[in-house]
Design a protein around this ligand. Sequence first.
Ligand code: PEP
Ligand code: MG
Length: 587
Amino acid sequence: MRKGIAVSPGVAVGTAYCIYEIFVNPDTKRLEDREVTAELAQYEYARDKTTDDLRALQKKVEAQVGHEQAAIFAVHETILRDAPFTKKVRDWVVHERMTAQAALHRLMAEYTQLFSRTKDEYLRDRLNDIRDVVVRISAHLSDVLKPETHALPGPLIVVADELLPSHVVALGDADVHGIVTQAGSQTSHAAIIARSRGIPAVSGVAGVLRQVKTGDTIIVDGRDGHVIVNPDSETKSAYHKLEREFVHLKDQLAENRDQPAVTADGVSLQLLANINGVADADASERMGAAGVGLFRTEYLYLTHPDVPDEEEQLDVYRRVVDACPGRDIVIRTLDIGGDKTMVYLGRNYRESNPFMGWRSIRLSFEHPEFFNTQIRAILRAAAYAKKQGGQIRILFPMITTLEEVRRLRSMVRKACKQLSDAGKSHVRPPVGMMLEVPAAALTVRDMLEACDFVSVGSNDLVQYLMAADRDNPKVSHLCQPLAPAVLRVLSEVIRACNEAKKPITVCGEMAGQPRSVVLLLGMGLRSFSMSSAFIPTIKDVAAHVSIAQAEQLAHRAMEFKTIAQVKRYLDTQLRRLAPNLAVLDIA
Ligand code: PEP
Ligand code: MG
């Protein structure tokens, strides 16, 4: 049994499907003599495909972002054409009978060692460029060699170092029932994907790729973060039973999809969905979401082969509108940087503290043309939504100061003018800010002057308030939404928005956690945005609690001085109020 962090609830039993990144797990196979020529041909094929990618990227980025940003792909092509680079790979395949993947792995290890001795930052950054090129070649190689996921028996449990957007695309509609990752945490990509699909997941399981191989039976317990490899038959059947109970409860709860979200004393709540794309928008309708509270548009960029232009973005936004007809949809502009980065946006710029640095709206401000493309696409989609009887609102991430909001409003006005001049139909949408920086929380009453609505990004707000990286398992005991400091800030922010009559939603992960929902309800929050898989559960929780009970509970919770006390108190109260949810281990 291995222990990790529970990042998406539920239990699943299935067949392991391991995604070995070449940096994590080198291929140890030795080639037969007769396989060498084919291996070299596959390597050449992968190299040609990489050249095509890089040229296409350079052209598109040059047109849409700028000449300077596109130059990086010319550098990558130079690396790809570098004679010693190719010679080494070919030599190892021919003389040492290594697979091309293994040769690339060795090459990367050599370069890493070589570069680690230099103190020159510029040179160190070149290592990232080499890595990018190697990853591209490697991806094309695995395209050629990719094992067929459908050849494996039963539901799959994906095991990876980290689940990357490219993996999600590659897995397509494979029958994935669980996810286990070595890296990551509550708020990393794998966790967000798993929750949006209602799949149990455990992250931060150190070394699991060394202990599991494709085809093994594996159990994922997303309630307390356990992973069991090749269980004995008793354990397996016990977990099968739990899995059935979990699926049954989920189905049972999902039957409330058409019922309104109301508290036990009849107060209406707005339960919205966090989505990453069109498929999630479809799922949100099935789960009974009242609309979309957060469309994280970065996946549209991260999973795109190059850069999505205005028309492509408009097409995606329209399809989201079609999936949620007549609903309110909040589109958040690109939130990149920190842990997620794109090579044409600033990879050359190295930061010692990326989460405190050049991320999110700060990065968008520095690429005004590129940013304007997204704003225009959103404004045009807003006209489309209006025609369908719905509304699009625009949300800007990681706002720190009032000046930023003013500047953004002026950018929206300018984009409106451009579209009017070009005779393109558009609507000026309500403008909202994500409240996730403590400075913005402390000055929220001033910020409200310039905002039509507020969305609290509690994942970031907690990490910045507690000075604890949301993706670092070593400090996860501090990065807790139930910390007394966080509760005080949240309560103040909710009060300020309610007094100013500005709509406020919480869209971080805590909005889908029953114990936090009851607390937020008691603080006066009425709008929650979460992975849509959680909506039926939260609707059920709400139906078991009256506002008076929630207020009393929030009041008491805020008197405690430690995270553990707050958590223990809320869990006890929740078990008393909604005992039917025990199998989800809602605590
Ligand atoms: C948040 O920070 O809480 C949030 C919803 O945004 P993201 O998780 O995408 O940073
Ligand atoms: Mg955030």
